[in-house]
Design a binder for this molecule. Sequence first.
Ligand code: NDP
Length: 280
Amino acid sequence: MAKIIDGKAISAQMRVEISERCAEYVARTGTKPGLAVIIVGDDPASKVYVRNKKLACEQVGFYSEEIALPAETDMDSLRSVIERLNADDKIHGILVQLPLPPQLDEGEVIMMIDPRKDVDAFHPANVGRVMSGGYTFVPCTPAGVMELLKRSGVDIAGRECVVVGRSNIVGKPMAMLLLEANGTVTVCHSRTRDLAEVCRRADILVSAVGKPHFITADMVKPGAVVIDVGINRLPNGKLAGDVDFDAVEPIASYITPVPGGVGPMTITMLLRNTLTAAEN
Ligand code: NDP
């Protein structure tokens, strides 16, 4: 039987710590840490994410601004909004909710954000710093996974870590963070041969694929730590991760559930990045 890593509880504990740090910041500076979230268009899922981010900011005592722009917004209009926020002393973190409508080039939009305010850590300057060390921000989801491992007392140094998925926002930075923590890291993707055999080597297995029940029990070494980043909507409307939880949980040593594992950590790490940006 695995120990369940309770992302909800760890996230709640971290938010208390962030509120305390925020109160110290406010007492010291007379201003609040500020986050601006830009949303373009009216994608319902994006609206929910933005609302949750705003609520989370209020909970911990931050100032927050939501800038809702019409779906037909062009690059020049978006640039002028971002430039205004780059220059605004009340705003320490700027986040552009993705995906963007097709006329807007995501890569170019991210480049418009001042890297010191890029709390998603998607700007190439911040991506580079994750590679070379000495970073200020790390993308929120892999940062959340590292915090779950740390707070659960999982040792990484010297252990075999396998990351399934190589996206820029999860898989790649996840691999870099595990490497920095002295793990021996393998990154898998859709062209990996004999994925099950590679996964079975893992002491720490992180799945960020986006396919329900993708990681089956035969892919997991007994006693492995299994971290499920996947969020998948099943036909019955329920959420599921990438891991076949019922089959894997009996053989793992630690496992994250979905929902309630990695998911709650992502916004918490956004709050932490915003506070760090303010403190800097
Ligand atoms: P992407 O679709 O960008 O990446 C998926 C990765 O999985 C790719 O690298 C792909 O390989 C790999 N993959 C796909 N099929 C296979 C296969 N058969 N075998 C091995 N590898 C495969 O997704 P994201 O990284 O953005 O997200 C991954 C999951 O995490 C999603 O479910 C997403 O919803 C969730 N997520 C959760 C967050 C949270 O807060 N908990 C935050 C962000 C994401 P290739 O590169 O070769 O195509």
